[in-house]
Design a protein around this ligand. Structure first.
Ligand SMILES: [Ca+2]
Length: 265
């Protein structure tokens, strides 16, 4: 009898333990679903492809007035360039001094603003002539740059985005970017698209879509399919054509630049 009692007790405990494990698993799954609710997941379709300079270590990309503007990195190879979309032909180029590593870039009114990586210097150019108009300082690293029409938006490789005055370059505010409560760091090249901030995440094939008001990730764009063709070279470069509602992406040293269409999954 003692043996049977022990056996029944063990069976009962085993059953309760099993129920507890299953219950915890179901609860955790439900939590994940609830926490992810409202976050959209995209892949994309390639609408068109264009040639891209394979020597261009893309760090900043923008589209305006029918042409691409690109900032490239690496010491001794950094530049600011204006590029014809259809041919990839470089229409205009400004080469940075060897001590500067070019980074994020954006066009604000008639000025192009370009960051450098660890040099704590930003450059302001005339958009038409590429004449260097001004040099400004900042204390963090320079990674990505875009603007919302009123403020510059800058990344520095952390999970922070900084809002800067476009004339004085003073920091006006900042947000932390989070997904399901966790910080999303290594935010790199940026693009402001229809009220949201798109950001490449360095060393991944993902672009996050960020709410500029609270830093919450609203959507993920999985670029794995296109990245496969460029193994070893990082996805980095988002440009939005406001007038034509076209989204472009490319990567560092990629031979192609793509117009893409987001597809919800
Ligand atoms: Ca951009």
């Amino acid at each position: 009898m003692q043996t049977k009692f022990t056996s029944n007790t063990e069976l009962c405990m085993f059953f309760i333990l099993g129920l507890t494990v299953v219950g915890a698993f179901v609860a955790a799954s439900l939590m994940l679903v609830l926490r992810d609710r409202g976050v959209v997941h995209y892949v994309f379709e390639v609408v068109d492809s264009y040639p891209h300079d394979q020597d261009a270590f893309t760090q900043g990309l923008a589209f305006e007035d029918g042409v691409l503007y690109e900032s490239t990195g690496l010491y001794g190879k950094s530049s600011l360039r204006c590029v014809e979309l259809e041919s990839g032909y470089i229409l205009q180029i400004y080469n940075l001094s060897n001590e500067f590593f070019g980074e994020g870039m954006t066009i604000f009114n008639d000025r192009i603003i370009q960051l450098t990586w660890k040099e704590h210097k930003g450059f302001v150019y005339n958009k038409t002539s590429f004449e260097l108009l001004e040099v400004f300082d900042y204390s963090n690293e320079g990674w990505g740059l875009t603007h919302d029409g009123q403020r510059l938006i800058m990344s520095d490789g952390s999970a922070n985005l900084y809002f800067l005055d476009p004339d004085s370059f003073e920091t006006l505010g900042q947000i932390e970017v989070r997904y399901n409560g966790s910080l999303v760091s290594r935010l790199n090249e940026l693009e402001y698209v229809k009220g949201d901030i798109y950001a490449n995440i360095w060393l991944t094939e993902q672009i996050v879509v960020i709410d500029p008001f609270n830093g919450q990730v609203k959507a993920w764009i999985d670029c794995t399919s296109i990245k496969a063709a460029y193994s070893g070279n990082v996805l980095n470069g988002i440009a939005y054509d406001v007038e034509g509602d076209r989204l472009f992406i490319t990567g560092k040293l990629w031979s192609e630049l793509f117009q893409v269409k987001l597809v919800e999954v």
